[in-house]
Design a protein around this ligand. Structure first.
Ligand SMILES: *[C@@H]1O[C@H](CO)[C@@H](O)[C@H](O)[C@H]1NC(C)=O
Ligand SMILES: *[C@@H]1O[C@H](CO)[C@@H](O)[C@H](O)[C@H]1NC(C)=O
Length: 253
């Protein structure tokens, strides 16, 4: 029984981990488009300005401004072949290359991060959160905020456009692995109970109810096994967090 407990505890732990990992992703197709797991695509190409930046004079900290083009690299003074250029009174700094990466934030927005531009000893890159908004072809980002990580400055802004919305893909044919698993799992479970009860009734001659259920004693134990699993998972997360997240935030809970 001890080993059954351990393996159930471990499976629950694995399921929690799998749940964390199976977050939505958007796989890069090219500089400014990406594809969701279900085949839908987000493509900023129609919002692009061609050889000149589509959005100019986006405000930043300390009266800097930014020019941004979603897809096609442009040249502006000292910014060569960039997709984002930081402009101050007397200088320009490249702030993003076409080497983009894509991610999906917790609200389901695609986030496009332009490649790092190096100038002197600092690096700059621009990160745009794409907000699906069917009412506009594209509105200029209000402002870029700045985060500094060592010698890297990251400028972040938000872009509202209908071209930030996922299009295409199959909503019907594209069953996720999770739903396929469920579709297979439940009939199997049902079959297991029906066959189990039949075997117990006619094979073993059992007639009273709880004992008719196949592996009755195991199922009766399930609530305890689940409790073990939850405790095990909780302990693991606590140990992992104690190492990584520092004490301060969690100590009060
Ligand atoms: C949006 O883009 C479409 C196609 O390019 C164009 O026909 C339409 O006039 C644009 N709408 C606005 C509000 O600019
Ligand atoms: C595909 O997934 C994305 C992201 O979860 C979603 O926005 C989109 O509506 C989905 N497409 C279809 C056709 O279901």
């Amino acid at each position: 029984m001890a080993s059954a407990r351990t393996s159930l505890a471990v499976s629950i732990f694995m399921m929690v981990i799998a749940g964390c990992i199976s977050e939505e992703t958007c796989e890069r197709v090219d500089t400014c488009s990406c594809k969701f797991k279900n085949g839908s695509i987000v493509n900023l190409k129609p919002a692009d300005g061609g050889d000149s930046p589509k959005y100019t004079g986006i405000s930043g900290a300390q009266s800097r401004t930014f020019d941004w083009n979603p897809c096609t690299p442009f040249d502006f003074e000292a910014c060569k072949q960039v997709l984002s250029c930081q402009i101050t009174n007397d200088a320009q700094y490249p702030a993003g290359t076409k080497e983009t990466t894509f991610s999906v934030d917790s609200e389901g927005n695609v986030v496009i991060t332009y490649g790092k531009s190096t100038s002197g000893s600092s690096e700059r890159q621009t990160k745009i959160t794409l907000k699906c908004d069917h009412t506009t072809n594209g509105t200029k980002p209000k402002s870029f905020t700045e985060d500094k990580v060592g010698s890297l400055s990251i400028y972040s802004g938000m872009f509202h456009s209908k071209y930030c919305c996922a299009t295409g893909g199959s909503s019907s044919g594209g069953l996720s692995p999770g739903s396929i698993l469920l579709i297979i799992f439940f009939p199997l479970l049902l079959m297991y109970f029906i066959i189990g009860i039949l075997v117990n009734r006619y094979g073993r001659g059992i007639e009273s109810m709880p004992e008719l259920i196949p592996n009755y004693s195991f199922w009766a134990d399930i609530p305890f096994l689940v409790k073990d699993g939850v405790v095990f998972t909780y302990d693991r997360i606590k140990t992992t967090c104690a190492g990584k997240c520092g004490k301060s935030g969690y100590a009060e809970i």
